[in-house]
Design a binder for this molecule. Structure first.
Ligand code: FRU
Length: 464
C-alpha cells in the first residue's frame, strides 16, 4: 500500500506528523502564509512547532521548514497557537509558549517572533511579552490573535480560563506591539470551562468573535462534538474593552472543525481556515501512514441577517476540471445512481426539489451496493438536514443535524476529497465538515427519496 492512501488532494495536510490549528494566517509581501501547529514527533512525545505552507495564489502551496521550534525556556513544551500581522514592514508572529515543570505544572507565556520575508523568523530577544497569566486566571491562557486599528494601535485577544474554571476572552492593547497592557475580559457569557483560539474582527459593519468554548453540554442537535467552535455577532467597544453580543452559534454543523483563524485580504475579503480535526482525536486510519489531520478549504465569510455565511473562496474554481451535468430527473421512492458523479476528489453541486418525499438526499462516496455510504438526508417533516457517517467506511460514526427554514428545495455544494467532505448548504448558510475514510470501492454517488419523489433540478460535477 502506498503511504498516501488517505492523502488529500486539495486540502493542506502535514507531510508527516500531527497537524492541528492554523496559525499566523496572513498575506505578506504578495504571499499567502498558513502556519500551523505541527507535532513533528507524533506519535512520540509532543514537540509542537509552527509548520509552514506558502502560496502565491491560495491554490498551489509549498510546504517549507518549520519556522518556530520549542527550544527556548519559555516555549519548551510547545510553540502553541497564535497569529501574524504586518507591522513596520515586518511580519510579527505572536504565539503562546507552553511550559511544563517537573511536576507537570503549566505556564503560558505570550511570545513574539519577527520575520522580514515570511520564511525565516527570529524569536524576540526579550521574550516573553506577557509573562504568565494575571491574577484570577489559570495557566490555560493562550492563542493570541493580534490586529491593528487605523491609527496603528495594537490589540490582542487571548483565550482564558478564570480561576473558577470558566472560560472567557481577555483583551490587551499596545502602542508598539512589544509592551502589552491588560484591559480585562471582553465577555461574560457563560459558556464552558475554557475558550480557545479567539478571533475578533469586523465584518460587514458588525463585530464578530469566533472562539472555541470547551465544556458545553449537548443540547439536542447542538454541541455534540467533544469541543465546540462558533461565534457571536455584536458590537465591540474597544475603548471600554466590552463586547456586547448576541448568542453563541456553532460555525459548522459537522464533526471535525476547530480552531479557525481569519485573515483580511487587501481586496477586502475575509478568509477563514480551520483545522479539520477535533482535539483528542488521534485514531484516524492515516496514523498508520504517519500523518494525521488537515485543514479545511479556505472559505470566504460574509454576514447575512446576523448569521455568518461561509463559501469556498473563488480561487477554488480554478481547480475544477472535466465538468459534467445531469438532470433534470425525478427520483421516486428509492434511489438512482449517477455514475458520472462518482469520484474520489470531486465537487458536486445540485438543487433538489421536494415533490412529496418524506425524506430525500444523496449518498456520497458509497460502495457499489450503496451499503457503505456517507449520507446527506433532508427530512421534510422537521425541515432538518443531516450528515450521517454511520456507514462511511473504515472510520467514523455518528449523525449531525441542522435546522433549515424549509425543505421544499435544498441547494447542495459538496466538496469531496480523498478523506473528507465539506457540504455547503443553501449558499453557505450551513456547512457540514467531516473526515471520512471510505474503503477502496467507496466512490459511488446516488440520489434517494423515501415516501414520495424528489427532483434533481440540475446537478453538476467537476473533478478536483
Ligand atoms: C486548540 C489548542 C490551542 C493550543 C494548541 C496547542 O486546538 O489546544 O488552544 O494553542 O491547540 O497545540
Amino acid at each position: 500500500m502506498s503511504k498516501d492512501r488517505y492523502r488529500q488532494r486539495y486540502h493542506l495536510s502535514p507531510p508527516y506528523g500531527f497537524m492541528n490549528d492554523p496559525n499566523g494566517v496572513s498575506f505578506y509581501k504578495g504571499i499567502y502564509h498558513v502556519f500551523y501547529q505541527w507535532n513533528t514527533n507524533f506519535p512520540g512525545e509532543k514537540q509542537i512547532h509552527w509548520g509552514h505552507f506558502s502560496s502565491d495564489d491560495m491554490i498551489n502551496w509549498k510546504h517549507g521548514k518549520a519556522v518556530l521550534a520549542p527550544v527556548d525556556w519559555y516555549d519548551k513544551n510547545g510553540c502553541y497557537s497564535g497569529s501574524a500581522i504586518k507591522y513596520n514592514d515586518k511580519l510579527y508572529a505572536f504565539y503562546t509558549g507552553n511550559v511544563k515543570d517537573e511536576k507537570n505544572i503549566r505556564s503560558a507565556y505570550q511570545c513574539l517572533a519577527i520575520s522580514a520575508d515570511g520564511f525565516e523568523f527570529e524569536k524576540y530577544d526579550k521574550n516573553p511579552l506577557i509573562d504568565g497569566a494575571p491574577k484570577g486566571y489559570t495557566p490555560h491562557y493562550r492563542d493570541p490573535k493580534v490586529w491593528l486599528d487605523e491609527n496603528g494601535k495594537g490589540f490582542m485577544v487571548i483565550g482564558a480560563q478564570r480561576e473558577n474554571r470558566t472560560g472567557t476572552v481577555v483583551l490587551y492593547t499596545s502602542t508598539n506591539m512589544l509592551d502589552w497592557k491588560f484591559k480585562g475580559e471582553i465577555s461574560d457569557k457563560k459558556l464552558g470551562f475554557m475558550w480557545e483560539c479567539p478571533d475578533l474582527f469586523k465584518l460587514d459593519g458588525h463585530d464578530v468573535l469566533i472562539f472555541c468554548p470547551q465544556g458545553l453540554e449537548p443540547e439536542g442537535d447542538l454541541y455534540n462534538n467533544r469541543y465546540q467552535c462558533g461565534y457571536m455577532v455584536g458590537n465591540m467597544d474597544l475603548e471600554n474593552g466590552k463586547f456586547d453580543s448576541g448568542d453563541f452559534v456553532e460555525l459548522d454543523r459537522g464533526f471535525e472543525f476547530y480552531a479557525p483563524q481569519t485573515v483580511s485580504l487587501p481586496d477586502g475579503r475575509k478568509i477563514l481556515y480551520a483545522w479539520m480535526g477535533m482535539p483528542e482525536e488521534e485514531d484516524h486510519p492515516s496514523v498508520e501512514d504517519n500523518w494525521v489531520h488537515c485543514m479545511t478549504m479556505p472559505r470566504e465569510l460574509d454576514i447575512s441577517r446576523g448569521k455568518l455565511i461561509q463559501k469556498p473562496v473563488g480561487e477554488i474554481e480554478r481547480l475544477k476540471e472535466n465538468k459534467v451535468e445531469s438532470g433534470p430527473m425525478e427520483i421516486r421512492e428509492g434511489h438512482i445512481k449517477i455514475p458520472e458523479f462518482a469520484g474520489e476528489s470531486v465537487n458536486i453541486k445540485m438543487l433538489l426539489k421536494n415533490k412529496g418525499a418524506k425524506e430525500f438526499g444523496v449518498y456520497l462516496k458509497a460502495s457499489n451496493d450503496l451499503q457503505e455510504n456517507t449520507m446527506i438526508k433532508v427530512n421534510s417533516d422537521t425541515n432538518k438536514i443531516e450528515l450521517n457517517r454511520e456507514k462511511s467506511g473504515l472510520w467514523g460514526s455518528g449523525i449531525r443535524r441542522a435546522q433549515l427554514k424549509s425543505a421544499d428545495s435544498v441547494e447542495l455544494d459538496i466538496y469531496l476529497d480523498k478523506s473528507s467532505v465539506e457540504v455547503f448548504v443553501n449558499g453557505g448558510e450551513e456547512v457540514f465538515t467531516a473526515r471520512i475514510f471510505p474503503s477502496r470501492e467507496g466512490i459511488c454517488f446516488g440520489v434517494f427519496a423515501n415516501g414520495g419523489a424528489v427532483e434533481m433540478v440540475k446537478g453538476e460535477k467537476s473533478d478536483m
